[in-house]
Design a protein around this ligand. Structure first.
Ligand code: CP
Length: 494
């Protein structure tokens, strides 16, 4: 695993996971036999950059503890962005570059936006380990969860019966844990939650494609009857817009884990923690129950993260900072090129513009909104915003659109067709794709992440890895196929 990034649990193989669990178990055994510092020279002189844009107690401290126990320096970085230049608008890209300029050998980062960790890894020339990105993934949590299951289940991860509860929709631990379990045989997942907190459709579909048995039950009691491990999660209030604490209380009513709910349960109750004491998704008395396994689970986080840091960094020489960025970070692969007609175009299409840009197939009534958002008038461009049948279009004498312009347009009206007009003829024509996941990093204009896709049987966003469906009806089947054929087959071949 030398020098690897850890961004998605899907990128690890079954063998990688079993190796890390076995190594984590060995570190645990060393610890319990008084050998906590047995590997103190392993990362001597190494620097960990710990960048936590979001709050954390366990993930940050366990990485830092593991790193110190391997002999690394005290970490650099931040916990919360107040007092950093992020508060002045500095991008992820520049923050990553600055950590490398400060001689970091590895970066551990948590960020509230989906896909931000893949972007950080693209920018960095040193390993990047995700401490969680938005509601997307938390791969090292999944690894420590698996180490916990491995330890509590006689070192076996096949044949597990696991129940899930709490907030399956907004929590990243559920996504990473269930995808991690998909590396193992004969795993059965059951879950119960109210609809707004239920398992996301794309995740359920992905798990089924990966041969995991997933079943929804109607009550916690039914789930507990069918599982050996019950994994409860915290409702992610901070990721739910316009939902009050009172509403979450109502959603949890039938699904809270209290002493009564677990009476008779003989398995183990796990939770990635923290438990929200205001919502009490697990009530206080349960912490003293013999089925409680979540405090031990948290300590397994130290052993797993120590194992990971050791595997990724030992015997790796210091990286020398070049001060340069990879050029491929400048452009995306999100344009479906269409055959330009080349012919002279008439009044109804480009009106009076000789040369410029015509945005076609815009959502009805959005042309003026786009002209305003792009501030075309202030930029000295002639503008005609119009509606033609069921669509709107926008003609401007502007010479070129920046990536930020294109994103602005696609955020208002997805999949616009961009016609580049020269001498009253369309010279270049493409449909611009932007990930539809509202919380994907590619939609954050100020981060300047060029949209990228790959095709593994589904068209997917490189950053948040959500599936994407091309909807522009004008794209011909051969144009669509050509576009898909030219894409990388996995996130790593881009
Ligand atoms: N489980 C977990 O990620 O905890 P923290 O948010 O405290 O890091």
């Amino acid at each position: 695993m030398t020098s690897r990034d850890i961004i998605s649990i899907v990128d690890l193989t079954r063998e990688d996971i079993l190796h890390l669990c076995s190594f984590g178990a060995q570190l645990y055994a060393e610890d319990r036999s008084g050998q906590r510092l047995a590997r103190i020279d392993s990362l001597k002189g190494k620097v960990l950059a710990s960048l936590f844009y979001e709050p954390s107690t366990r993930t940050r401290s366990s990485f830092e503890t593991g790193f110190r126990e391997l002999g690394g320096f005290d970490p650099i970085g931040f916990s919360g962005t107040e007092g950093t230049s992020v508060a002045k608008g500095e991008t992820i890209r520049d923050t990553i570059m600055m950590m490398q300029a400060n001689h970091a050998d590895v970066i551990v980062m948590r960020h509230p936006v989906d896909g931000s960790l893949q972007w950080a890894a693209d920018v960095a020339s040193i390993p990047v380990i995700s401490g969680g990105d938005g509601r997307n993934e938390h791969p090292t949590q999944a690894l420590l969860d698996l180490l916990t299951l491995y330890q509590f289940n006689n070192k076996k991860l096949d044949g597990l019966r696991i129940g899930l509860g709490g907030d399956l929709k907004n929590g990243r631990t559920i996504r990473s844990l269930t995808l991690a379990l998909s590396h193992f045989h004969d795993v059965q997942i059951t879950w119960a939650a109210e609809d707004p907190l239920g398992m996301p459709h794309d995740l359920e579909q992905n798990l089924r494609q990966r041969d995991v048995h997933v079943e929804r039950k109607t009550s916690v009691a039914e789930v507990l009857e069918s599982c050996e491990f019950y994994y409860m999660t915290r409702p992610q209030l901070e990721r739910m817009k316009d939902v009050s604490q009172r509403e979450i209380h109502a959603l949890l009513k039938r699904y809270r884990i209290d002493a009564e709910a677990i009476a008779g349960f003989t398995g183990r109750l796990l939770h990635p923690l923290p438990i929200d004491s205001r919502l009490s998704e697990i009530t206080a008395d349960v912490a003293f129950s013999p089925v409680q396994g979540f405090y031990a689970q948290a300590e397994f986080g130290v052993f797993m993260r120590k194992a990971l840091l050791y595997e990724i960094l030992h015997d790796v020489p210091h990286a020398l900072f070049s001060g340069e960025l990879p050029h491929e970070l400048q452009s995306g692969n999100n344009r479906i090129y269409r055959a330009p007609s080349g012919k002279l175009v008439g009044e109804k299409f480009v009106g009076l513009i000789e040369s410029g840009i015509c945005l076609d197939h815009l959502r009805l009534g959005t042309a003026q909104q786009i002209a305003d958002a792009l501030e075309l008038v202030n930029r000295g461009a002639g503008v005609i915003a119009a509606t033609w049948g069921a669509k709107s279009f926008l003609k401007t004498s502007l010479d070129a659109l920046t990536e930020r312009d294109l994103k602005t347009i696609a955020l208002i009206s997805p999949e616009p067709t961009i016609n580049i007009v020269r001498d009253r003829a369309v010279q270049d024509k493409y449909v611009y794709l932007l990930c539809e996941n509202d919380t994907c990093i590619t939609r954050v204009i100020t981060e300047d992440v060029p949209p990228k896709f790959y095709y593994d049987g589904n068209l997917r966003c490189r950053y948040c890895r959500r599936p994407y469906e091309i909807r522009n009806q004008k794209v011909l089947e051969d144009e669509r196929q050509r576009f898909l054929n030219e894409l990388a087959k996995s996130v790593h071949n881009l």
